[in-house]
Design a protein around this ligand. Structure first.
Ligand SMILES: Cc1ncc(COP(=O)(O)O)c(CNCCCC(=O)O)c1O
Length: 454
């Protein structure tokens, strides 16, 4: 039993319709001044957040199973993070590390060298968003190898900039209408066990077989000597919380090393205790050449990073990497406090506790209803793939309906997936056991209700 301290009451409290009157008024103001292209999942506007709850402007207290898309791992107002931010911001908000550097940036880089997989010499460069980190990891790989091609995978998500859109798989809403996209990006098949076929003897396609399939395509259609980097999420996020079969990632990493290809793990969503390890790559002992990070790194403050082999990163000429805000001092202070909280609270162990609680309850539910195709994921990065018909056909309507019922009952549930049919669970790791259990009660009832209507 894990206990945490909270500032707000950790309770589900529904006092108005969704949206309530104040949220409705804010929505009207928003329409007049905010671009319609920025969509929001929730119809409510936030007034406060702490631990496992988000409180809206009408006084509703919602249980948060989204953590702002895997960001507020330590909570949205963790007192240690708040104190660190207040102290730093009172000294200086910004000097630009490329102009007037400061210790906080170095301290974050020291932590990343310590925490990321591998005991080799490492370097880090800090940025502001996951997409910016991915862009720069590709820059570093291309610069170090002198090659152009980047290999990514089906169902991948890497960002919304021009290059990261090219790297991302799903067209709508991320890419549609925004082309032309950056060249020299090639897509290989992913290991997606739930949707893989079977071998002729009926046995499942192994991770090694899936890797051999991808490698064959890379070698035939791109040419190993033309590939600067393989870029992959160890657990795919927006594409549907796809956990590749054991052996897939190690085989790709080994091939990359054998062919002078930079192996980049995009851990923006899976990093920083989210999956029960500091980084998801650790699960199979994979040591990436470069790792991209963001989201959970800094308790909600915008910070991202590329960490990896010193020989690759230091090959870039001085001034070749940077940006005005990269490694902002306030964000660095938040990151140091957030990482310290992850250690102090042993959030890797907490993530594994959450996995045990959630998967035991959802696997039992899967036996009751016919709209759950698979429960998967690791730590507190868990997913329910929703199906219909033959038990494989994606069921996006049921997915939306479950999330809507959960919200109406005061529980924030996010969805994802290439087919829009995946419910994902990303609670803050500081959520209490009681609140998590209550959220799971609501989620289970929502799924049962939708199953009866299907
Ligand atoms: C693996 C992985 N790499 C890169 C990114 C991009 O990170 P940014 O900080 O959103 O740029 C993500 C961001 N995922 C959430 C995107 C939400 C949305 O924009 O609709 C990711 O998950």
């Amino acid at each position: 039993m894990t206990t945490f301290e909270y500032r707000l009451p950790q309770e589900r409290r529904v006092v108005t319709d969704f949206p309530g009157p104040r949220s409705t008024a804010l929505a009207e103001r928003r329409t007049a001044v905010v671009g319609a292209g920025v969509a929001s999942t929730l119809p409510v506007y936030v007034a406060d957040a702490d631990g496992g709850v988000v409180v809206d402007v009408d006084g509703n207290s919602l249980i948060d199973l989204g953590a702002g898309i895997a960001v507020t791992t330590v909570g949205a107002s963790n007192p240690a993070v708040v104190a660190a931010v207040q102290d730093q911001v009172a000294h200086f908000t910004h000097t630009c590390f490329m102009i007037a550097p400061y210790e906080g940036y170095i301290e974050v880089a020291e932590k990343l060298a310590e925490l990321t997989p591998g005991d080799h010499a490492k370097r880090s460069v800090l940025f502001n968003s996951g997409a910016e980190a991915v862009e720069n990891a590709v820059k570093i790989a291309r610069h170090a190898t002198g090659r152009d091609a980047v290999v990514v995978f089906d169902h991948a998500y890497h960002g919304r900039t021009n290059l990261t859109m090219a790297l991302t798989a799903k067209s709508m809403p991320y890419k549609h209408g925004f082309g032309p996209f950056a060249p020299e990006v090639y897509r290989a098949p992913m290991s997606y066990p739930f949707r893989e076929g079977l071998n002729a003897d009926g046995s499942p396609i192994t991770g090694e077989q899936a890797a051999a399939r991808a490698i064959s395509i890379i070698e035939k259609q791109v040419g190993a000597s033309n590939v600067a980097a393989i870029l992959i999420e160890p657990i795919q996020g927006e594409g549907g919380f796809i956990v590749p079969a054991e052996g897939f990632l190690p085989a790709l990493a080994e091939w990359s090393t054998a062919n002078g290809v930079v192996f980049i793990a995009d851990e923006v969503q899976s990093g920083f205790t989210r999956t029960g390890d500091w980084f998801a790559s650790e699960h199979e002992g994979v040591v990436p050449d470069l790792i991209t990070m963001a989201k959970g790194i800094a308790g909600g403050m915008p910070l991202a990073a590329v960490t990896g082999r010193a020989d690759l990163i230091d090959a870039v000429h001085p001034g070749g990497l940077g940006g005005t805000y990269g490694g902002n001092p306030v964000a660095c202070a938040a990151a140091l406090a957030s990482i310290d909280q992850m250690k102090t609270l042993d959030l890797n162990a907490r993530a594994r506790e959450i996995e045990r609680t959630v998967t035991s309850r959802l696997n039992a539910l899967a036996g009751e209803v016919d709209i759950i195709g698979e429960i998967r994921g690791r730590g507190a990065m868990l997913a329910i793939e929703m199906v219909k018909g033959d038990g494989r056909e994606p069921n996006p309507d049921a997915t939306k309906a479950v999330a809507a019922l959960a919200l109406a009952a005061g529980v924030i549930v996010l969805t994802c997936g290439t087919y829009g049919n995946v419910i994902r669970l990303l609670p803050p790791l500081v959520i209490s056991d009681e609140l998590l259990d209550e959220a799971l009660d609501i989620l289970q009832e929502s799924i049962r209700t939708v199953a009866m209507e299907n």
